[in-house]
Design a protein around this ligand. Structure first.
Ligand code: GLN
Length: 544
């Protein structure tokens, strides 16, 4: 039976619980255990799919088409285990399930309550779909003390009892702030947050203490004493130079050893860390650097493009170069006296990422044009591919009014609403009036690549599967004029209906994809499109 590790956070939010969970899972995996990580989000949205990227950061999409929290991206990148719908639940989804059951009459007249009905639903979620696993790590979103997270705290308290002795532990992540004026690290917030946790019936086994300064032994002992844990179980977590050094750092501080000890597991294999040491070496010792301009809309918040950022870094690891990313607001290029050339000339590659809505779109189209005309490597993802097609239609196929129906009515819908497509579950149909939540073309779909295309060379084959999240699609009726203008449709859905990839073979590197390759890139297995894009940027950097 799988053992459970419940991870909670205290003091403040943004402590990096997700990265901590991912790193601990990576360490257990490096010791030969089979792991899976789950995220429990206390908010009332059914999923983050309809939330603004400014509110919640990127929406991470799984193979099975779930729109999930971005922490699932960290989990996948650190463990290589594909996340599933059953790895992320929100309080909203829990309530939706309960209310549906209540309306159906499933509760047979009982009063429906937080305890036991909400907590039972949370527990059922934690326990489902765990066959063959050694460890399930459950990260509880939010901070101890939040009203919203109470049912989750109660559920994991109950689970700890239900599972029986030695089957689950609690790891609490806290902050030990440094007060510069006093020159001291302060343990009081940690003490208070553990007290809050114990008042809910949860005694942590391990404390992971985030700190900017090394934690002196005396402070470690003090935390242990006041929080009722062993001194060795107070793990200092100093800020790391980069996220991929976190597993090795936590291992050096004894985190995985303490976890195994808390479970009473003795004689476990030492972790095999060569994969992480190689990544750290590549990261720390680049042989060159390139600068990539990302022209998008949500550039004020890096979390909005989390996976994209990581995939670009992975492309750099594959080529042993440092990737400098310049986040550029597409709206800057919409002003009449925009200095687009001055801003984009220093870039060795230009990327237009996924997005929604008309704002900044003309600036994105102008960036595509710049990349095409100047021979600068160009990568368009999802909306970025759609912008590349509109740019191609307007400027290389003579379709002056080319646009997308996403931006309003148009006489030349080069991009339009997809109303029908085939999925594993059969024919999917949508209309313009439908709901916004969970109704896009979501998750893994196959595509067929043209044999002699640039992308087939990059993938090393013609059959691919990639993750999607879109409502609009390039209109295949415009294929002929676009191809005459040099933009070749080199990847299509297996039924030949939906364009998946476009490329310009007469350009050093110009590729647009309807899917999100960044979601599947891993530091130890960089996505071929990102490895190829950065390789082209390296060549470009030698030219300019
Ligand atoms: N807004 C576009 C669509 O729905 C692109 C979506 C995206 O970039 N993820 O098709």
């Amino acid at each position: 039976m799988a053992r459970y590790i419940f991870i909670t956070g205290g003091v403040v939010s943004s402590l990096g619980k997700g990265l901590m969970a991912a790193s601990l899972a990576a360490l257990l995996q490096a010791r030969g255990y089979r792991v899976r990580i789950r995220k429990f989000d206390p908010y009332l949205n059914v999923d983050p799919g309809t939330m603004s990227p400014y509110q919640h950061g990127e929406v991470y999409v799984t193979d099975d088409g779930a729109e999930t929290d971005l922490d699932l991206g960290h989990y996948e990148r650190f463990t290589g285990v594909s996340a599933r719908q059953s790895d992320n639940v929100t309080q909203g989804r829990i309530y939706q399930t309960i209310i549906t059951k209540e309306r159906r009459g499933d509760y047979l007249g009982a009063t429906v309550q937080v305890i036991p009905h909400v907590t039972d639903e949370i527990k059922a979620f934690a326990l489902a779909d765990t066959e063959g696993l050694d460890f399930v790590l459950c990260e509880i979103g939010g901070t101890v003390g939040d009203i919203e997270s109470l049912p989750f705290m109660e559920a994991i308290r109950q689970l700890h009892n239900d599972l029986g002795r030695g089957q689950s532990i609690f790891v609490h992540v806290t902050l030990v702030p440094y007060i510069a004026a006093a020159g001291e690290l302060k343990t009081k917030p940690t003490q208070h947050s553990v007290r809050e946790l114990t008042s809910l019936g949860i005694q942590p086994d391990i404390l992971l203490c985030r700190c900017e300064q090394p934690l002196p032994e005396s402070e470690r002992a003090k935390i242990a004493l006041f929080c009722n844990v062993r001194t060795e179980a107070v793990i200092p977590a100093l800020d790391a130079p980069n996220i991929y050094s976190v597993p090795a750092q936590y291992h050096a501080e004894g985190l995985d050893e303490e976890v195994l000890r808390a479970f009473g597991i003795e004689g476990a294999a030492e972790p095999e860390m060569s994969r992480w040491l190689d990544i750290m070496d590549r990261y720390a010792n680049p042989e060159g650097e390139v600068t990539i301009g990302v022209v998008g809309k949500y550039v004020g918040l890096q979390d909005a493009y989390k996976s994209l950022h990581e995939a670009l870094v992975h492309g750099g690891l594959a080529n042993r170069v440092k990737v400098n990313i310049r986040w550029i607001d597409a709206e800057l290029f919409e002003e009449p006296d925009s200095d687009i050339a001055a801003r984009l000339e220093p870039m060795h590659g230009i990327l237009v990422p996924g997005g929604f809505g008309v704002r900044g779109s003309e600036g994105k189209i102008a960036s595509v044009r710049f990349a095409r005309e100047r021979g600068v490597p160009f990568f368009g993802i999802c909306l970025g591919m759609q912008m590349a097609c509109i740019e191609g239609a307007r400027n290389t196929a003579g379709i002056a009014h080319a646009s997308t129906t996403e931006f309003g009515e148009t006489s030349e819908p080069v991009v339009g609403l997809i109303t029908e497509w085939m999925s594993a579950e059969g024919l999917q149909q949508r209309s313009a009036e439908g709901d916004l939540g969970g109704t896009m073309r979501l998750g893994a779909y196959d595509a067929k690549l043209t044999g002699n295309s640039v992308v087939a060379g990059i993938y090393g084959g013609t059959d691919i599967s990639e993750r999607h999240r879109h409502r609009y699609e390039v209109n295949a009726a415009y294929r002929e004029p676009l191809e005459k203008g040099g933009l070749i449709f080199s990847g299509m859905s297996p039924d030949g209906q939906l364009p998946e990839i476009v490329e310009r073979p007469d350009h050093p590197w110009f590729i647009g994809v309807q899917f999100h390759p960044e979601l599947k890139s891993k530091p130890f297995d960089p996505h071929p499109l990102f490895a190829g894009f950065i390789e082209a940027a390296v060549k470009q950097s030698r030219l300019v």
